[in-house]
Write a protein that binds this ligand. Structure first.
Ligand code: UT7
Length: 338
């Protein structure tokens, strides 16, 4: 017998930029191969903002608008907007402020959440608390990332991984047996040095005393690009995502047998394989879109959720398990009866 649901998802939306960059395109500009990327990561192509001039808030707005329409609401019905992102438009104000402005959601309180690839799960968990407190009734929770803005062309181990995208859901208080049944979020600041970007933050003053260290051999400002110790991250990622899935199911008081679909964060197909195996999910229940999207951090799960709903793969009443991990480290999982 599962727990009583808290919030329910009443609309979903997503946005992918038009420009496609294939592994073959990357072979022409750096020392990499389609074979290496396909075998080690599982990505064939990624969608990127490129020269389109869009910002993170633009992508978030497109996904948010689609989710509001899908819910049969108007922007003025939205009373809270949460944008999960590590690639904000500006240091401040928040990216959510520009989404509010673009949408004309004038009755909303808005803010950003910074929890890297787990950002959307953190946003949903915050939304759950706000719904349970009775404060808000229609919350827009968005994951939006312009991750290629952090890419360093001189670092092939990260450059090939990332894409740009946004995904959104509208949530309301649950009133029947459908909705969020379980959630789990966790962090470990001891692992902050494994995956990071200074990105104009103030810590740069503390950490890098030697100005020269801020620039690589090609004069690229390392503060603005992403740095990752991929191998170490990989090991923690598998453990953290398994823990997230298990704890979310425990919180929901359900078992693997009750799960109809698993949407894991899309960072590496080998990580997805490891989690699916551990929680006994056959391949047809596991959602993968990284092959044509790359790693889109906080957007990966809400985009996949919108895709499987619109394709009719995920139906009303199905039980969905999601799990993610990211820089920080942060990790977490949700169980949602759709
Ligand atoms: O979503 C946020 C969290 N991020 C993640 O979860 C990422 C987790 N980590 C991973 O997915 C993997 O560690 C990577 C995909 C990032 C890297 O795969 P790996 O199997 O761990 O490769 P590696 O870093 O151990 O490198 C193995 C070899 C190295 O060559 P040598 O030293 O063995 O000669 C690298 O230089 O692969 C080389 N390599 C590449 N070769 C061709 C690294 N990147 C590339 C590349 N193309 N793009």
């Amino acid at each position: 017998m599962s727990k009583k649901p808290t919030l329910k998802i009443v609309g979903t939306g997503s946005f992918l930029p038009d420009t496609v960059v294939t592994n073959k395109d990357l072979e022409k500009i750096m020392d990499t191969t389609d074979e290496w990327i396909t075998q080690r990561v599982g990505i064939k192509e990624r969608r990127v903002i490129g020269e389109s001039g869009l910002s993170t808030s633009d992508m978030a707005t497109f996904a948010g608008k689609a989710a509001i329409e899908d819910a049969g609401l108007t922007a003025e019905d939205i009373d809270c907007i949460i944008v999960a992102t590590i690639t904000p438009d500006m240091n401040f104000p928040s990216t959510a402020i520009f989404v509010q402005q673009n949408l004309g959601a004038k009755n909303a309180a808005v803010f950003d959440v910074s929890a890297a690839c787990t950002g959307w799960i953190y946003g949903m968990t915050i939304a759950e608390g706000l719904i349970l407190s009775g404060k808000f009734k229609n919350i827009l929770v968005i994951g939006a990332e312009f991750l290629t803005s952090l890419s360093d062309i001189n670092d092939r181990s990260t450059y090939v991984l990332f894409g740009d995208a946004s995904g959104a859901v509208v949530v309301q208080p649950a009133d029947g047996d459908r909705g969020m049944l379980g959630s789990y979020i966790k962090s470990n600041g001891d692992l902050a040095d494994l995956l990071w970007s200074y990105g104009g933050g103030t810590r740069v003053n503390k950490k890098v005393s030697d100005q020269e260290k801020m620039f690589d051999e090609n004069g690229i400002d390392k503060r603005s690009t992403i740095r990752m110790e991929g191998n170490k991250v990989y090991k923690y990622a598998v453990r953290a995502m398994i823990e997230s899935a298990e704890k979310a199911m425990e919180d929901a008081q359900i078992t693997e047998d009750d799960i109809d679909m698993l949407i894991p964060h899309q960072a590496n197909s080998r990580i997805i394989d490891a989690i699916a195996k551990r929680v006994n999910m056959p391949d047809d229940k596991v959602v993968r879109n990284l092959q044509y999207m790359g790693n889109t951090s906080s957007a990966s799960i809400p985009v996949a959720l919108d895709q499987v709903r619109k394709e009719g793969r995920l139906k009303d009443g199905d039980v969905l398990l999601v799990a993610a991990f990211g820089g920080g480290f942060t990790w977490g999982g949700l169980v949602i009866k759709m």
